[in-house]
Design a protein around this ligand. Structure first.
Ligand SMILES: Cc1c2[nH]c(c1CCC(=O)O)Cc1[nH]c(c(CCC(=O)O)c1C)Cc1[nH]c(c(CCC(=O)O)c1C)Cc1[nH]c(c(C)c1CCC(=O)O)C2
Length: 359
């Protein structure tokens, strides 16, 4: 293990202190809250006209490397919607770009990798990530925490499986055929690939926490493609390595994937403090699957926001009722905000959850 991915067990930074009493951090820690905290995956982005304006003419990856722009985009949904946490504006492929992988984010498509990783020789593309590779992240988080005060900033990274899926397929994939071919056909190469990605991901999360992020979310968006036995054997060790690497900081660790109803218990076991749930499994049932000692995050269907305000309130009530007996609940959508969502529906939803749950 390289020096920069060892758990440090450092004292909490000033930012961790400043945000400790926030509803979001308290819910993650399963402590009593003044109201149910709310944030949205993909809350910064194309649903906001102010985002489209500042991004005009700037390619996605370039925008992730400009600290002032990152700070502005990250703050936009906090100002507009009054969400309880900010999420750092970036993308899961940013650390891969930072270590020199030839990739781009194509509008309307997603990450596209020039030279997919499918052989042992291809592994040489993956070198260690150092803080110097992502100095713009440290700089942007410094700007952000100064602005955010007691509002927590969530740092994030892609989990080893989801990153591997982009690297092996060469781009977005519905069936993950090359990824699964490698996973089943060359288990040792697969394990080595995921272990390298776990090292890079751990280093990237540490940079964010040391710069001032007061929680982290590991996105394993596409891992729902796997059966539990395969997850346990071929993915969980690498995800666990990431969670273990940042355990010493004491910041809440959130783990999220889509279509992961059958994996929720294992995803908690991998080391998360908070398990993210998509809209397919009600939160009370998710709590039974995850077991005690974890908070849950979720899980309103993002598509419901295209319906009437009354329908949104009915579905929100269902989520809050299912969450009533949980040890800790962070309200979120079951996946990211869809790009054509009316931002007013999001603002209304934050206010509605706050008023419905205020003690
Ligand atoms: C799988 C995944 C990716 N990126 C991410 C994931 C995991 C979350 C998930 O499951 O949705 C994570 C991500 N990507 C982005 C964020 C921003 C922070 C936030 O507000 O949540 C986060 C957390 C910005 C982005 N990442 C991307 C955009 C759109 C680019 C643009 O605005 O031009 C944004 C705002 C590009 C991207 N990057 C990726 C996809 C699928 C896309 C969308 C492609 C498209 O529809 O254009 C890969």
């Amino acid at each position: 293990m390289s020096a920069n991915t060892e758990a440090t067990g450092q004292q909490p930074s000033a930012t961790i202190e400043a945000t400790r009493e926030s509803a979001f951090i308290k819910a993650c820690r399963r402590e009593p809250v003044p109201h149910t905290p709310v944030w949205f995956m993909r809350q910064a982005g194309r649903s906001l006209p102010e985002y489209l304006k500042v991004r005009e003419g700037i390619p996605m990856l370039e925008s992730c490397m400009r600290p002032e722009l990152v700070a502005e985009i990250t703050l936009q949904p906090v100002r507009r919607h009054k969400v309880d946490a900010a999420i750092y504006f970036s993308d899961i492929v940013v650390p891969l770009k930072a270590i020199g992988i030839d990739l781009d984010i194509k509008p309307g498509v997603g990450p596209v990798v020039a030279n997919p990783i499918r052989s042992r020789a291809d592994l040489a593309q993956l070198r260690d990530l150092t803080p110097d590779d992502v100095s713009y992240v440290t700089e942007a988080i410094g700007l952000l925490t100064a602005e955010l005060g007691s509002t927590p900033l969530i740092g994030f990274a892609g989990a080893p499986f989801t990153l591997a899926s982009y690297l092996v397929e060469g781009g977005p994939s519905r069936n993950h055929e090359h990824t699964k071919a490698l996973m089943y056909g060359d288990p040792q190469l697969w394990a080595d690939l995921l272990d390298r990605l776990a090292e890079i991901t751990s280093a990237f999360l540490k940079v964010q926490i040391e710069a001032g992020a007061s929680a982290v979310q590991l996105f394993d968006s596409w891992v729902g493609a796997l059966a539990p036995a395969d997850y346990r054997r071929s993915v969980m060790p690498a995800s666990k390595k990431v969670f273990d690497a940042v355990a010493g900081y004491g910041v809440p660790r959130i783990h999220f994937g889509v279509g992961t109803g059958e994996l929720l218990g294992l995803m908690g076991e991998a080391g998360a403090d908070v398990v993210g749930v998509d809209w397919r499994v009600p939160l009370d049932e998710a709590a039974r699957r995850v077991g005690p000692g974890k908070a849950l995050q979720g899980n309103l269907d993002p598509a419901i926001l295209f319906s009437t305000p009354e329908a949104v309130e009915v579905k929100t009530r269902e989520v809050l009722d299912a969450a009533a007996g949980l040890e800790g609940h962070v309200f979120n959508l079951g996946h990211g905000v869809l790009p054509t969502t009316n931002p007013d529906a999001l603002t209304r939803l934050v206010d509605h959850v706050h008023t419905q749950t205020s003690k």
